[in-house]
Design a protein around this ligand. Structure first.
Ligand SMILES: Nc1nc2c(ncn2[C@@H]2O[C@H](COP(=O)(O)OP(=O)(O)OP(=O)(O)O)[C@@H](O)[C@H]2O)c(=O)[nH]1
Ligand SMILES: [Mg+2]
Length: 397
């Protein structure tokens, strides 16, 4: 009967109330922390599982070599292609890009010596409209755009100027879009996947792209702003990666580097490749080398304007051990010689810098990453290699 004692009931109810309050408080804390903690724990466990299964891959190579294009193709693997809404987002940019190509061509035509003007004088007004109204007002589609752009492109003197495309500041894929100008200027134009692959958007930050590849998670990071010392400095941060993709643009054999004017961009790619394979961390990693832009390389070699031996002296005496292959493959002999020579140069660098003892596997692909069909087989085997790297990590192979 302690409750009957004076003050006791008060005290006891006080202590009871206090205790209950504390209990309640603790419960609240536990409750509030318990739920998210459990959720978090589940999430962590899931993440941990995902991450441990995840194939971290870095994609490196010189600027504009096709790194993002290859990543796009990998994301679209399994037919997870763009839907119409996503495609629509590219329409305006592609139209704007086509206009910029037209402006560059007209500019070059007007500056040429002897000076040229439009073959059809009425194109002058059309150009004026496109430059001062259409382009200025955000390139929203209208009837004039549809008629004027094609009319200017078909002007005899503009076409003549395009024959000098190598001398002009045009991107290599300008021809691809000009060939499709009739489709692009239609009101119902919806870019194809190949149009999206050909459209260039420079990558400015090293963003990680995580997606499912053949039902398994993959994280791919495109490395930006690389130079020769980049890998030596940062390589240890990539210690956990499972594989490296290196992309080189083979058609750049005649394009002089902007940073070292004694070298071509292809030679510069080889230097960069050398610094990648020299990194000790990477000696244990699988390496997938894409000798990219084969379609543009073939076009350039067959055109004959820029002889390969003028840029790589030892090409003259190149006798390939795969000479017998030349007769089986359907490509022109000279193109095959060039592409196998380039491959050989990269392999020599890898052999010299990746000690055989550690070096796992180096896979080499001749690729045309912006071509949907042509890239299909390579895509399948790349996915297989990525899966293989993963199974190796878990001792399944
Ligand atoms: N014709 C052709 N064009 C290609 C090929 N691969 C890439 N391209 C084009 O080359 C341009 C550059 O490709 P990206 O994939 O953006 O190159 P990148 O290496 O990511 O470039 P940065 O992000 O600026 O370093 C784009 O217009 C692509 O469409 C190819 O094999 N053939
Ligand atoms: Mg990129």
């Amino acid at each position: 009967m302690s409750n009957d004692k004076p003050g006791s009931s008060k005290d006891s109810s006080y202590s009871e109330r206090a205790q209950n309050k504390i209990k309640e408080k603790i419960e609240n804390i536990v409750q509030s922390s318990k739920v998210p903690f459990q959720k978090l724990k589940k999430k962590w466990m899931n993440q941990e599982e995902e991450i441990s299964k995840c194939k971290y891959i870095i994609v490196c190579g010189p600027k504009c070599s096709g790194k993002s294009t290859i990543i796009k193709q990998l994301i679209w693997y399994d037919n997870k292609l763009c839907n119409d809404e996503e495609k629509q987002l590219h329409t305006k940019n592609i139209r704007k890009y086509v206009l910029e190509i037209i402006f560059t061509l007209v500019d070059a035509m007007l500056r040429s010596t002897p000076t040229m003007t439009f073959d059809k004088p009425e194109n002058e007004n059309k150009l004026h409209y496109l430059k001062n109204y259409f382009y200025e007002f955000n390139c929203n589609y209208n009837y004039q755009f549809c008629n004027y752009v094609e009319s200017i492109w078909l002007d005899k003197n503009v076409q003549k100027t395009f024959e000098r495309k190598h001398e002009l500041q045009l991107q290599e894929n300008a021809g691809y879009f000009l060939d499709k100008i009739h489709d692009i200027t239609r009101f119902d134009y919806l870019p194809t996947e190949e149009d999206i692959l050909h459209y260039y958007t420079p990558t400015t930050t090293a963003a990680e792209r995580c997606f499912k590849l053949d039902c398994s998670p993959v994280c791919i990071t495109e490395i930006v702003n690389q130079d020769k010392i980049f890998f030596r400095k940062w390589a240890r941060y990539f210690e956990d990666i499972k594989a490296i993709i290196f992309v080189a643009a083979c058609d750049s054999y005649n394009v002089m580097s902007t940073t070292d004017t004694t070298k071509t961009k292809l030679q510069e790619s080889m230097d960069l490749f050398c610094s990648v394979v020299s990194v000790v961390w990477f000696h244990y990693k699988d390496l997938i080398l894409f000798l990219n832009k084969q379609d543009l390389l073939e076009e350039k070699i067959l055109e004959g304007r820029y002889k390969f031996e003028d840029y790589f002296e030892n090409f003259k005496n190149y006798r390939s051990s795969v000479d017998s292959l030349f007769s089986i493959e359907s490509e022109p002999f000279e193109v095959l010689r060039v592409k196998h020579f380039i491959k050989n140069e990269f392999l020599k660098i890898a052999e010299a810098h990746r000690p055989e003892l550690y070096a796992p596997i180096m896979y080499t692909h001749f690729s045309s990453a912006a071509k949907r069909e042509k890239f299909n087989d390579i895509l399948t085997s790349t996915v297989y290699i990525i899966m293989r790297c993963n199974r190796c990590t878990f001792g399944l192979l």
